[in-house]
Design a protein around this ligand. Structure first.
Ligand SMILES: Nc1ncnc2c1ncn2[C@@H]1O[C@H](COP(=O)(O)OS(=O)(=O)O)[C@@H](OP(=O)(O)O)[C@H]1O
Length: 235
């Protein structure tokens, strides 16, 4: 299962076969000039993953899509709720002690959003130049712009551009079209872009406070300001 709002991609250099966190044998063969990509969101938060991937191919490029960790936590909860409707409310799960305002950082929906912590593990093995951080928010507002960065990072020609996206009002998100071959446009499936439950504003406020220092640390580590502290960024 994916971790909502967080996507990591391993982009292998040409002719390398890729991995299940570092196991080439399970991946398909790649022809010269091709890049093998594998998307496993949970790698980013798996302690052993950096070491294993590094020992397999230290020139692996890593792509991580990050979004406001408060929205990410709610998105994660929404995904779990869709499979297990009887779980406690988000508000209950988010706290160790609600009266004291003590956030339960061991709850995976919350822990995953402490990006600075996870990134620290990766930086033990990979230089920052080998990691691309894609803004989940910008990916929705300007998918072609974010895809341009991805293609540049991978050393690819910018083949995916503005003309491959359109905003689908029903879906409420950008969707893909392929003007070249006339195939029908395609949106992501029902499990992407679900309506989130309404969360108590006090809980949101508490979570924002909880994440702020970790977010600031993450901006410093990456040299990118994702602007998650701005009003409305977690709406
Ligand atoms: N174009 C487009 N269409 C639909 N959804 C989009 C799109 N771009 C980004 N998003 C956001 O992606 C979120 C779901 O991706 P995930 O991170 O859950 O994917 S994964 O399962 O971890 O691979 C999903 O989160 P939720 O809104 O919470 O469902 C979306 O907000």
């Amino acid at each position: 299962m994916g971790e909502p709002g967080l996507v990591s991609v391993l982009a292998m250099p040409q002719r390398h076969r890729c991995t299940e966190a570092g196991d080439r044998s399970v991946m398909p063969k790649t022809l010269e000039g091709q890049i093998t990509m594998e998307k496993t969101p949970s790698y980013f938060v798996t302690n052993e993953a950096p070491k294993r991937i590094h020992s397999m191919a230290k020139d692996t490029k890593l792509i991580v899509v990050v979004r406001n960790p408060v929205t990410r936590a709610i998105s994660d909860y929404t995904q779990t709720l869709s499979k297990k409707p009887d779980i406690p409310t988000f508000e209950v799960l988010a706290f160790k002690n609600r009266t004291l305002g003590l956030i339960d950082a061991s709850w995976s929906a919350i822990r995953i959003g402490i990006y600075a912590l996870h990134l620290e593990n990766w930086l033990q093995y990979f230089p920052l130049s080998q990691i691309l951080f894609v803004s989940g928010e910008r990916l929705i507002i300007d998918p072609a712009g974010e895809m341009a960065k991805v293609q540049d990072f991978l050393g690819l020609k910018r083949l995916v551009t503005e003309k491959h996206f359109y905003f689908n009002k029903t879906k409420g998100f950008p969707c893909l079209k392929k003007p070249e071959d006339g195939s029908p446009p395609r949106c992501l499936g029902k499990s992407k872009g679900r309506t989130h439950p309404k969360i108590d504003p006090d809980v949101i406020h508490r979570l924002r406070k909880f994440y702020k220092p970790f977010n600031v640390m993450f901006y410093q580590m990456t040299g990118q300001d994702f602007q998650w502290e701005q009003e409305g960024s977690d709406k």
